[in-house]
Design a binder for this molecule. Sequence first.
Ligand code: F6P
Length: 381
Amino acid sequence: MIKKVAILANGGDVAGFNAVIRGIVKTAENSGVECYGFIDGYNGLLKNDYVRLSTAEAGNAEGILPKGGSIIGSSTNANVFNYKVVNEDGSVEYKDLSDVCIENVKKDEFDCVFTLGGDGTQKSARDFSLKGINVIGVPKTIDNDVACTDITFGYNTAVSVAMDAIDRLHTTGETHHRIMVLEVMGRYAGWIALEAAIAGGADVALIPEIPYDINRVAEKIKNRQKRGKEFSVVVVAEGAKPKDGDIVVENVRDNGKGVDNTKLGGIGPVVAKQLEALTGLEARNTTLGYMQRGGTPTAFDRVLSTKYGTAAMRFALEGKFGNLVVIKNGKIDYASLEDVVGQNKEIGAVSGNTAVSNQRKVTMDDDLVKTARSVGINLGD
Ligand code: F6P
């Protein structure tokens, strides 16, 4: 019998966090279940910092469907299984503080914790599940790279923002006869770049899954020139890399151990410069950055997030713990967190979007790849 549940939102924010929270709260209230939200993701679970969530009169979970961000915050530096602790003398230690979190959940009698997040968040959720806590994950990320689901919430909004940017770059590029490069996010997956390039009618899309040859891209642009098209739009995923080179890293942070501390970024200006030299056309780079995460969700993301939130609570009422709510072949379903975590088995080991995490990447037989090629989008190969 479920009486009291809590939500935590973890990792980089996306449009749709609040819509999921609202879906969980409304479904909980309809079943007489009390709902709470931990503040700032796993950090809130560690500090036992939470608020009551409600849609009752002037409740905090009312009117949040279109609101960007997360009303309960989120955290990108909270691997509680390997937590960075700065001692009074300034020395740094990494500690497994998961038992503190477990105590908090037990003491305040939460029957289920909903973990809204990407692969790192779900890795920790799986680890909590192994330690006896009832968890249900909800797949969030603009990168769309969570295993076992067809789509994550927040992704569609990021694609829409990138599409809008491509439309705007088209008109300025055409006016000034320039190559307009757009660097988009996505980490080690090319979903945003590929889908936005198709939606915006870009000429080139460079994605991490297809290491590119810059000469092939220049050829495409020169062929367009021959046909009187003195401009081109090139979308570059932040994780794209040349055939004989590596990804471009903006910096390496210290968000704790066992999280991916690599901050990708900077490939856009590199590609722009090279294309300028190879084609003789002026080139400009625009890095879209956090525009892709902020602001109001699209209609698609509002509906997807509402489906995810309401289903998560229904699955909790049915006792389906240790799972991630997913979309499989267009329908709501659930997948074991064990499968989501994949080969990243060890408790407390590396979490986050790293080499050993189970990322869902673009495959060459994906309809998006076939579609892009059919409409003549150059993929750098
Ligand atoms: O995973 C979401 C994402 O926005 C990536 O696309 C991007 O590489 C990263 O997060 C940026 O992380 P941060 O918010 O830590 O700068």
